[in-house]
Write a protein that binds this ligand. Structure first.
Ligand code: TYM
Length: 335
């Protein structure tokens, strides 16, 4: 049976990339009637130091974002990772299955330690993908919707599942399918079409935050770096025009239309026409979301209650799977 799992880090500030690459698609999966489990990965967040009060706030804000983007805590299971101990426990088993070399080859690890002293990075940051595999496999999830940047981590999840099955001569863990689909699985920086839009970019003008107001969104899009040529009539015409392609992809993602369809409307027109149309579209999609997030944030106790209930439901699935894993690897369980 199909079971979807995905997660987002509560490390402060969600971008349009998180929305188009993840949140929007999470809600679509839920609405297809598939079993969906969505996690706020607070234990991944502390692989780099987080201010405790800010982490608590970011966790609740991310819960509010999930709900504001259409995740229904009844139809989906929505919870924070640290409340379900199976994640950490299974991650330990996977730490003993995965190899140091696998972790060292992760581009995210290399990027995060580039130009720094890798010896000074936390052990948790190095083992990050092992915990991510545990998140997914604690539920034997079959499908994982993510943005393009998580692809390598999902390949590692498959490697861990395969090696576990092989080492213990079982056919226990499924080989999970990454689901990377749609026009906007890699939203790029508004300042540099070769860089991913990211909350950690020092320039706020490089990204649209889910909580930006209408004026800010319009300004950032107006100032987005582009070439001077009008938009092409066809998708092939976007070749070699990373910035133009990015804005077309964003338009397509926000409107749910194909790139070709967007170019059918705007091909031949200049950015002077396209950018204001894109800004209007972005505001019409994002402002109800940020409005709903602030409304939900007025009642943090209710958010905590929802996360607790979600964690109970998640635990009911993950704990029996973890017990079977302990049995497979040879742990005595006598209570
Ligand atoms: P995180 O928190 O960095 O990002 C959350 C999701 O947003 C997507 N995303 C983007 N998509 C398109 N364009 C962008 N510019 C962009 N930026 C971010 C990410 O691909 C991701 O889907 N390791 C994960 C969290 C995680 C997880 C998991 C995911 C932990 N356990 C298990 C799936 C399954 C991460 O750091 O995502």
């Amino acid at each position: 049976p199909t079971r979807v799992f995905s997660g987002i880090q509560p490390s402060g500030g969600l971008t349009l990339g998180n929305y188009l690459g993840a949140l929007k698609r999470f809600a679509e999966k839920q609405d297809e009637g598939i079993e969906t489990i969505y996690c706020i990965v607070d234990m991944h967040a502390i692989t780099v130091w987080q201010d405790p009060d800010k982490l608590r706030n970011a966790t609740r804000e991310l819960a509010a974002a999930y709900i504001a983007c259409g995740i229904d805590p009844e139809r989906s299971i929505l919870f924070n990772q640290s409340q379900v101990s199976a994640h950490a426990e299974l991650a330990w088993v996977f730490n003993c299955v995965a190899r140091m070399g696998w972790m060292g080859r992760m581009t995210q690890w290399k990027d995060k330690t580039a130009g720094k002293d890798a010896e000074a990075a936390s052990l948790g940051l190095f083992a990050y993908p092992s915990l991510m595999a545990a998140d997914i496999l604690a539920y034997k999830a079959t499908h994982v919707p993510v943005g393009e940047d998580q692809k390598q981590h999902l390949e590692l999840t498959r490697d861990i599942a395969t090696k576990f099955n092989h080492d213990y001569r079982v056919n226990f863990f499924p080989i999970t399918e990454p689901v990377i689909e749609g026009a906007a699985t890699r939203v790029m920086s508004l300042r540099d079409g070769s860089k991913k839009m990211s909350k950690s970019d020092p320039s706020d003008a490089s990204r649209i935050n889910l909580t930006d107001d209408a004026d800010t969104i319009a300004k950032k899009l107006k100032r987005a770096v582009t070439d001077p040529a009008p938009l092409p009539e066809t998708v092939e015409g976007l070749e070699g025009r990373a910035e133009a392609r990015n804005l077309v992809n964003i338009y397509a993602g926000l409107s749910g239309r194909a790139q070709a369809d967007v170019l059918g409307e705007f091909g031949g027109k200049g950015f002077g026409v396209f950018k204001p149309a894109l800004a209007e579209l972005a505001v019409s999609v994002l402002s109800p979301i940020s409005g709903e997030m602030s409304r939900l944030m007025q009642d943090p106790a209710e958010i905590d209650r929802l996360l607790g209930r979600g964690a109970d439901r998640a635990d009911a699935i993950a704990q029996p799977i973890l017990e079977q894993v302990y049995d497979i690897v040879g742990m005595v369980r006598s209570r």
